[in-house]
Design a protein around this ligand. Structure first.
Ligand SMILES: C[S@@+](CC[C@H](N)C(=O)[O-])C[C@H]1O[C@@H](n2cnc3c(N)ncnc32)[C@H](O)[C@@H]1O
Length: 256
């Protein structure tokens, strides 16, 4: 039977890898590296750097594959994601059949941790359900962008004894500040923080966390939001891509 390792590699800093992740990469005969077009070429470069720093075995094969692009025209969000996952599952199926020999181990290098806004596990399950290729798989955790954000700002994620909501830019208005006092916002292409009208809210924002281009800004939302907007736009124009995440918080420790 083939064996798959879904390995969390952290969010840009090659030192984010755990010892378990390094051992997993060294156990694999094949390392699968996704490429996502010119704009995000740096992300594939970071994965290559991780392999060259941490993988000591010399008999492995590194296989790069292009990730299909999500089509959105004329589809609802869930239709579009479902179709996209089916296309990626077909790519994985082909890779497993064509590149991985029976009895071999292959590793997928997953950004951050595979459990957080990542569908590798779902897609691997989808490939299994096709029943065209038999394999077993395990998941190796990694440092998430949430951990990288909190570490760079030197903050705990939650207020004492309080919950945290993790959401997307698209859904932020449903939760913060009326339902959640602490919200982590990921995948925000619309800068949803600009629409939060709350003079007491604080924001902890970070982009390219863990990489050499890392930028962080924090403060009262009303005071820093324009600065974040401008800094974000300039960085995106300069690098051709951006990944950013932020924590919004209202209230204080020991406040009921
Ligand atoms: C598809 S999700 C993947 C999350 C990843 N699995 C993790 O554990 O962080 C991509 C989102 O994660 C956040 N992200 C990932 N890496 C980041 C980084 N280095 N700096 C800032 N945000 C990052 C951004 O919100 C981005 O839109």
């Amino acid at each position: 039977m083939r064996n798959i390792l879904i390995v969390g590699i952290g969010t840009g800093n090659p030192e984010h890898l755990t010892v378990q992740a390094i051992n997993a990469l060294n156990a694999a005969a094949v390392l699968f590296i996704p490429t996502k077009g010119e704009a995000k070429a740096q992300l594939a470069e970071i994965r290559r750097d991780i392999v060259s720093r941490h993988v000591t075995r010399r008999d492995n094969r590194v296989v790069e594959f292009e990730v299909p692009v999500r089509q959105i025209a004329g589809r609802s969000y869930s239709q579009s994601v479902d179709e996209w996952h089916a296309a990626i599952a077909a790519t994985y199926e082909r890779l497993l059949l064509e590149v991985l020999e029976e009895g071999e181990t292959g590793a997928f290098l997953v950004w951050g941790d595979p459990m957080l806004y990542d569908s590798t596990i779902r897609i691997i399950e989808r490939v299994r359900a096709l029943e065209t290729v038999q394999f077993d798989y395990s998941v190796i955790p990694g440092i998430t962008s949430i951990q990288a954000l909190a570490a760079s700002h030197r903050i705990p994620l939650n207020l004492v004894g309080k919950p945290v909501e993790i959401t997307t830019g698209r859904r932020l208005s449903e939760s913060f500040p009326q339902k959640s006092e602490t919200a982590v916002v990921m995948l925000d292409g619309e800068q949803a923080f600009m629409k939060i009208e709350d003079p007491d809210a604080r924001i902890y924002w970070g982009a390219y966390l863990g990489t050499e281009q890392e930028i962080i800004i924090s403060g009262r939302l009303a005071d820093v939001k324009e600065d974040i907007l401008k800094t974000r736009a300039a960085a995106r124009a300069q690098h051709g891509w951006i990944m950013d995440i932020y924590l919004l918080q209202k209230g204080a420790d020991f406040e009921e």
